[in-house]
Design a protein around this ligand. Structure first.
Ligand code: AMP
Length: 340
C-alpha cells in the first residue's frame, strides 16, 4: 500500500470548522483503507503563530484529535499522533535545512503573506518574524519525507509547499546519490472547493470559512450555536423583505443549503429568487439541515470525549506506529549521510 501523510494545526481553540471538515477531513476519510495513512496534529507548526503562548497547546491538540475521530477517521486504519510525540520530525528538519537554500524559502508565496500577517498582529516588528516561520516548509518537508509518503492530499494553497518538498527530496537524493525519498505527489481532491464562511468582505463578497475571520460553524457547535451563527449569517443584502428577490449564489445560507441538501435545494433557491421565501425561513431550515449533518459527528465526539484515557491510548498507539516508520527512515538517512 502506498503511504499518505496529512495533518492540521491546533491553532486557536484547536476546534476545527466545516471548511476543515469538507476540505480535509472528509477527503481523508474517503481515502482510508486505500493508503497506509498518517494523520498528525501539527503542534510544532502551530508555534509559528503562538510560540509565546503554549499553555494550552496540549489541550488544543486533543481537541483536534477529537475532531479527527468524530469526523470518522478510524484509528485502527490511520495513525493519529502529535508531531511533537515523534522527535524524528525535528532531526530530519535540521538535516534538510542544511541543504535548503534560503532563496527557495523566500520564494514561497505563503511566506510573505504570513509574514505580513504576523507583523500586523504584533505591531509591525521584524522581530516577530521567526526563523521558524521562514523554515516552515523545511519542517513540512521533514513531516512528509520522514514517512517516505507517496501522496499528500493538499488544497491549492499548499501546492507550492509541496513543490518545495519535492525539490528538497530531489536535492537530497542527488547529493547523496540515493533514492531514499520518493517525490510525493499532490492529491488534489476535485470534489472540494473552498467552503465560504458566514460573512462577507468589505465589498460584500463571500470569503472562505476561516478561524481568522471568525465566520465559522465549528464541528463542536451545539444545535443552538448553529442556530445563532446562521441567524447572523450574510444573505442577499438587498433582500430586506421576504418578497425582495434574493441571489442564492452570493448567499452563505443558500450555499450551505446546496451543499447539505444537494437533492432538494433548488426549490429553496427558486423561491428565494422569486421572493416567495424569506431569509428567516431559509435560515431556520438550513439550521435544521446542518444540525442533522452534524448529529453523527456529535455522537462520536461524545463517545470519544467521555473516555480521556482511551484518547491518550489512541494517540500513544498512533505515535508508536508513526515512530516505527520515522525511525526506519532516519536509520537510512543517518547511514546515507555517513553518520553511522
Ligand atoms: P488551515 O487551518 O486553514 O491551514 O486549513 C487546514 C485544512 O483545511 C487545509 O487542508 C485546508 O485546505 C482546509 N480548509 C481550511 N479552510 C477551508 C475552507 N473554507 N474550505 C475548504 N477547505 C478548507
Amino acid at each position: 500500500m502506498k503511504r499518505l501523510l496529512s495533518g492540521m494545526q491546533p491553532t486557536g481553540s484547536g476546534r476545527l470548522h466545516l471548511g476543515n471538515y469538507e476540505g480535509a477531513l472528509k477527503p481523508w476519510i474517503a481515502l482510508q483503507g486505500k493508503y497506509e495513512m498518517y494523520c498528525f496534529i501539527a503542534d510544532w507548526h502551530a508555534l509559528t503563530t503562538m510560540a509565546g503562548s503554549t499553555d494550552s497547546i496540549a489541550d488544543q491538540s486533543r481537541e483536534v484529535a477529537l475532531d479527527y475521530l468524530s469526523a470518522g477517521l478510524d484509528p485502527s486504519q490511520v495513525a493519529i499522533f502529535r508531531q511533537s510525540a515523534v522527535p524524528q520530525h525535528a532531526e530530519l528538519a535540521v538535516l534538510l535545512g542544511m541543504l535548503t537554500p534560503v532563496s527557495w524559502l523566500e520564494r514561497v508565496p505563503t511566506y510573505k503573506e504570513k509574514r505580513e500577517h504576523v507583523e500586523r498582529q504584533e505591531g509591525g516588528s521584524d522581530a516577530s518574524v521567526s526563523f521558524g516561520l521562514l523554515g516552515y516548509p523545511v519542517l513540512q518537508a521533514a513531516d512528509i519525507l520522514l514517512y517516505r509518503a507517496h501522496v499528500v492530499p493538499v488544497g491549492k494553497d499548499q501546492a507550492a509547499h509541496l513543490e518545495l518538498t519535492r525539490e528538497i527530496a530531489r536535492r537530497f537524493n542527488h547529493l547523496y546519490a540515493t533514492d531514499v525519498f520518493p517525490e510525493p505527489q499532490a492529491l488534489i481532491q476535485e470534489m472540494t472547493g473552498t467552503l465560504p464562511g458566514l460573512d462577507a468582505d468589505s465589498e460584500g463578497k463571500l470569503r472562505k470559512m476561516s478561524k481568522s475571520y471568525g465566520n465559522c460553524i465549528y464541528m463542536t457547535d451545539s444545535e443552538d450555536d448553529v442556530a445563532a451563527r446562521l441567524k447572523g449569517a450574510f444573505t442577499t443584502p438587498t433582500k430586506m423583505r421576504k418578497t425582495d428577490p434574493g441571489i442564492p449564489e452570493g448567499c452563505s445560507v443558500c450555499l450551505l443549503r446546496k451543499l447539505y441538501d444537494a437533492d432538494n435545494y433548488t426549490t429553496q433557491w427558486d423561491e428565494c429568487r422569486s421572493g416567495e421565501r424569506g431569509c428567516v425561513q431559509s435560515k431556520r431550515e438550513t439550521t435544521e439541515i446542518v444540525n442533522a449533518m452534524l448529529e453523527p459527528i456529535r455522537e462520536r465526539r461524545k463517545l470519544y470525549s467521555s473516555d480521556p484515557a482511551e484518547l491518550d491510548r489512541l494517540l500513544k498507539d498512533g505515535a508508536e506506529r508513526a515512530s516505527a516508520m520515522a525511525e526506519a527512515t532516519m536509520q537510512i538517512v543517518r547511514e546515507t549521510m555517513k553518520f553511522l
